[in-house]
Design a binder for this molecule. Sequence first.
Ligand code: FE
Ligand code: ZN
Length: 536
Amino acid sequence: MSAVMKDKAGRQPPKKLSLKQNYEMLTRGLGWEPSYQKKEDIYSKLTYEGIHIHDWSAWEDPFRLTMDAYWKYQGEKERKLYAIIDAFQQNNGQFNVTDARYVQAMKIFLNAIVGLEYASHRGFNMLSREFEGVGPRVAAQMQAIDELRHATTQIHALSHYQKYFEGMSDFPQQFDRTWYISIPKSFFEDAQTAGPFEFITAISFAFEYVLTNLVFMPWMSGAAYNGDMSTVSFGFSAQSDEARHMTLGIEVIKFLLEQDERNVPIVQKWIDKWFWRGYRMLAVLAAMMDYMLPKRVMSWKEAWEIYFEENGGALFADLERYGIRMPKYYEQTIHEKGHMSHQLWSTFYQLRKAGGFGVWLPSEEEMDWMSEKYPDTFDKYYRPRYEYWRELEAKGEPFEFEGLPQLCQTCQWPCLFTEPEDPTQLCFRHSKYKGERYNFCSDGCKDIFDDEPEKFVHAVLPVHQILKGEYFREGADPRAEGFDPMFEALSYMGIKPGVDGGLFSEHVDAKKWEEWTGRPANIHEGPVSDAVRKTG
Ligand code: FE
Ligand code: ZN
């Protein structure tokens, strides 16, 4: 068909649309002005947070991605990813990872991160409904679909491991109930139950823009270093989405700050809150990087220096012109960088029977790596502890904490972190609200509570639920003879008592690994050394 079509009036149609026109038609052109409903009824959540928007069209879309291009592009990525996952499975790729300790780290990702991706999917769907501007609505809609795709591709990439190893079969249940998974869960639920502008500041800016490299780098580089090609492929497939999400994060912050001066203090308060919440959540990544990856990418301290102190420092210097300063309590993150991973791993070790993965003490070689990476703190505070625990293990009396820890009402970690200036003293803070006492792990978490106590008194804390007798499976009878509350609580969380947690040396994963591969479960081939060592 080469004849030029003409309309009834004999006019020629316009030439092919320019990219820009096409983009306008397929994004902003999708919006319309309401004729019989009031805007404030349709977009009812846009004013109560105190944010003022004057011109939604000022929103810039750096990617200029249309919905049809989005589907095509994502579909291609999906085909490539599943081809690699298939090949990984057919080649028994699960046995090509460094050793079975690596799989313990993957359990945390499956149980924690997949649920977060799904929560993010829901959150961005809400934004794509609640925002008045078409530009941000389209961006939020695409991100909502991305996040759903992340959840499903992660489940598929990791599902293969679950056929061979313990601790992955109940991930939705673990996400909802497990004591250390309640930290990421509560983080996202706090964001989802905030208003739309706080949600996008929390997730797109504070998390995706400021902190996301600290998640992606250890996970994806860690997977590559440790021979997990399935997870690496997922990572590559998600990376281009991530680039879009980060750009959305910086766009939204500039948009909010440029629209009205009154937005500045509100946005600063959210940055303070969400930086601290995000940072606390990342403690688990710190422990994973320093302890759980048989081959290290870099230390947590190095990662924090590069991705927060340098990159974040430059970012906040740039935002100064809007009247935005560094997040409150960032100095404390610098104090803590030499301690956090060690304090958390020690906690997981002591509470190992309530964990969903096996734990171990670092080897001599690994402790030497830590001495080098943590010259000011490791030998002084943590090596003696591990050496003592090693002696106790050798005597057949491994050290264990038998009580239930006190949880922070805000971040939900056990109060395991130390005083800002004294790493030998645990940090406890508390607030009184309506006659009740609430406990916190830090000044940052106390501040967040004090600003919105009505919200945080509702927090569901797993330890409190256990003590209240509400963490038991249906039909469990606490009066029955031989009733074991810890066994019941763990079962309720989706953890198999006596199987999923405990010492790695006695763990069923370690035993099966040795049987199947003929290789030791906890000795990787090659040195502990990492990428950063080469560059200095
Ligand atoms: Fe995601
Ligand atoms: Zn806390």
